[in-house]
Design a binder for this molecule. Structure first.
Ligand code: AMP
Ligand code: ZN
Length: 138
């Protein structure tokens, strides 16, 4: 398995750093985020080191999402939440600070005071041009 000796999450995988584990199998690990947005905030990671989701294999991505789907309902139930957000930050400007692929599971409840992203009203005339650029770029 590829591990990075300086990576915080690899150290958790190796047991060199402590964590509050909630799930583990051969390929994946889930543990509580040490600075939770809300109680029960959990990180799911592949044990194999990669810097972000775009640097994982399709099979690993599928497996990661499977673990998220498997454990999220129990997290929600056990912290008395009613819903959850899944978050994946890719790139420093998105807020990614740990460069080992991870998915945030953030329990939510009605009136929890958390703000979702603020949507903007923009000039709809821009949409065809933006969509076309993306389509052509793919
Ligand atoms: P991101 O901003 O997507 O890179 O998120 C990284 C997350 O890892 C942050 O929410 C941190 O609070 C969390 N984190 C960093 N170090 C640890 C650690 N040793 N144990 C648990 N969570 C951690
Ligand atoms: Zn790592």
């Amino acid at each position: 398995m590829t591990l990075d000796k300086d990576c915080v999450f690899c150290k958790i995988v190796k047991g060199e750093l402590p964590s509050y584990k909630v799930y583990e199998d051969e390929k994946y690990l889930a543990f509580l985020d040490i600075h939770p947005i809300l109680a029960g905030h959990t990180l799911v990671i592949p044990k194999e080191h990669s810097q972000d989701l775009l640097h994982t294999s399709p099979a690993e991505r599928d497996g990661l999402l499977e673990v998220v789907a498997k454990i999220a309902p129990t997290i929600v139930k056990e912290v008395n939440a009613t819903a959850f957000n899944i978050g994946i930050n890719i790139g420093r400007d998105s807020g990614q600070v740990v460069f080992h692929t991870h998915v945030h599971i953030i329990p939510r409840r009605h009136d929890d005071g958390m703000m979702n992203w603020k949507h903007q009203t923009v000039n709809e005339a821009e949409f065809p041009r933006i969509a076309e650029r993306i389509r052509k770029g793919l």
